[in-house]
Ligand binder design. Structure first.
Ligand SMILES: [Zn+2]
Length: 472
């Protein structure tokens, strides 16, 4: 599995707000649950789970917490991938008495991106509270979400809550990098353990704050699909004193120029159309009118053209491909025998790998420049913006953050939901902890979240779990 962008970044791209709800005091968990939530976050941040270290220690820590909270041994599974013994998955089930529907599965990755002590002003693997912020690797992506989900499970258990359908949580490995992706492996080898009618992924979606104001709450229903091609030109080579017209470096350069100029056709989905409709309320003038136009079919090409000029909306309108690496030649005084480049694409879920490859080949229009796939796509369809489910989520959002609008959205980055969607399970990104559009440090140095927003998030995670666990 290729290194993928944190889906959380996509949520932060939602809108540049002109009008938005002013933050109000939100309900918080009882003091004892706040203390537990802090303790769980400190414990998880304190365990280094970068790819090299693995997730086994964190999974064991969660297992111990769940046992202490009264979950039965038979409802907790700690599984390691045989070829990767330090990459562990911890799956826990809260049972219904007489299930009214298929289970709901939460997927929560435990791994984090590398963090070097010398780059940070604090120790990345110690939770540090400073000036109203929690610092630490994973504080944003996504140990705060892991801790919030874990705290909710423990709290519901203590309160004697029995859901109407089984609630399953899988804490997993290798979302950020590596070839031991937890959800992918669990679906392949332990489908029965995690099979569900619905997936909630707190690593995506959610709300962001801009200039002190809350923007909309995004429910991630889809994401752009990741695929990477290699473009390669070759020749027999020779002495550089005798240049020949078929020079692979020139051919490749020309091909890449054509890729840069090529624009894929505009393609909207139910998710992006309703996203544009909702975002139009935060825009003004021509931009607002263009966004409203994009919420309708057939596509208004003049509106699409104007929105294509804006970095915040352009990638939502179409598949994009960009050259990301280049190499070629073997000596400064020899004609090159080979030149190649990586072309990284993010596809609208309607597009296919074969279709995008064919369009690139047509744009390049040089049979001597060969395209091959180096990171194949995992096709993942849109999860439908189901009105009944959205109404229930909106109710919980309103209870925690009154006045905040709920909208579906497509992530530009990728999340583990591609695996559950590809397996046919509708999957929704619902992160609990709000971030700041202008202070996003996921994957970066001095990663942090605001302390008050963490506790609000813990309360939200609890309310969502309780609401969705009721009825069917
Ligand atoms: Zn993440």
């Amino acid at each position: 599995m290729i290194v993928r962008t944190a889906a959380a970044l996509g949520a932060l791209l939602i809108a540049t707000a002109a009008r938005a709800a002013a933050p109000t005091a939100s309900p918080l968990p009882p003091p004892a649950d706040q203390a537990l939530a802090r303790d769980l976050l400190a414990e998880l941040v304190g365990i280094d789970t970068v790819h090299r270290s693995g997730t086994l220690k964190a999974a064991e820590a969660i297992q111990a917490r769940l046992k202490a909270a009264g979950f039965a041994d038979g409802d907790i599974s700690l599984l390691t991938i045989p070829e990767h013994p330090t990459q562990a998955q911890l799956v826990v089930r809260m049972r219904a008495k007489a299930p009214k529907a298929k289970p709901i599965l939460w997927i929560c990755h435990l791994d984090v991106v590398e963090a070097k002590r010398e780059d940070w002003t604090v120790d990345p693997f110690t939770l540090t509270e400073k000036d109203g912020w929690f610092y630490g690797r994973g504080s944003q992506d996504m140990k705060s979400e892991d801790a919030a989900v874990l705290e909710s499970l423990i709290r519901l258990k203590r309160e004697g809550f029995t859901p109407d359908r089984d609630l399953i949580v899988a804490f997993t490995s290798d979302e950020e990098s590596g070839d031991a992706n937890g959800p992918e492996w669990l679906l392949k080898t332990h489908r029965d353990l995690i099979d569900a009618g619905l997936v909630i992924n707190p690593d995506a979606g959610g709300g962001s704050i801009k200039d002190g104001k809350r923007l909309a709450y995004g429910i991630q229903t889809s994401e752009k699909v990741y695929v990477t091609f290699r473009a390669e030109a070759t020749d027999k080579g020779g002495h550089s004193s005798v240049p020949e017209p078929n020079n692979p470096i020139y051919r490749l350069a020309e091909a890449l120029g054509k890729v840069a100029a090529y624009r894929f056709p505009v393609a909207t989905t139910p998710t992006t159309r309703s996203w544009f409709a909702a975002q139009s309320a935060y825009a003004e003038g021509q931009e607002a009118a263009d966004m409203l136009a994009m919420s309708k079919e057939p596509t208004d090409m003049a509106a699409a053209e104007r929105l294509s000029q804006r970095p915040s909306t352009a990638p939502r309108l179409r598949t994009t491909c960009v050259a990301t690496e280049i190499a070629g030649g073997h000596a400064e005084n020899a004609l090159p025998q080979r030149a190649y480049a990586s072309i990284q694409c993010r596809m609208i879920p309607l597009d296919t790998e074969a279709g995008v490859k064919a369009q690139l080949e047509k744009a390049i229009a040089d049979p001597q420049v060969k395209l091959t796939t180096i990171a194949p796509a995992t096709p993942a369809p849109d999860s439908p913006p189901d009105p009944a489910l959205f109404a229930r989520i909106a109710k919980v959002v309103a209870s925690e953050w009154p006045g905040v609008k709920v909208i579906p959205h497509m992530d530009l980055g990728a999340s583990d939901s591609i695996f559950t969607r590809a397996a046919g399970i509708p999957s929704y990104g619902l992160s609990a902890v709000w971030g700041d559009v202008d202070d996003n440090r996921a994957h970066g140095r001095d990663e942090r979240i605001r302390v008050d927003r963490y506790y609000e998030g813990v309360e939200f995670a609890y309310r969502i779990m309780k609401e969705l666990g009721r009825g069917k």
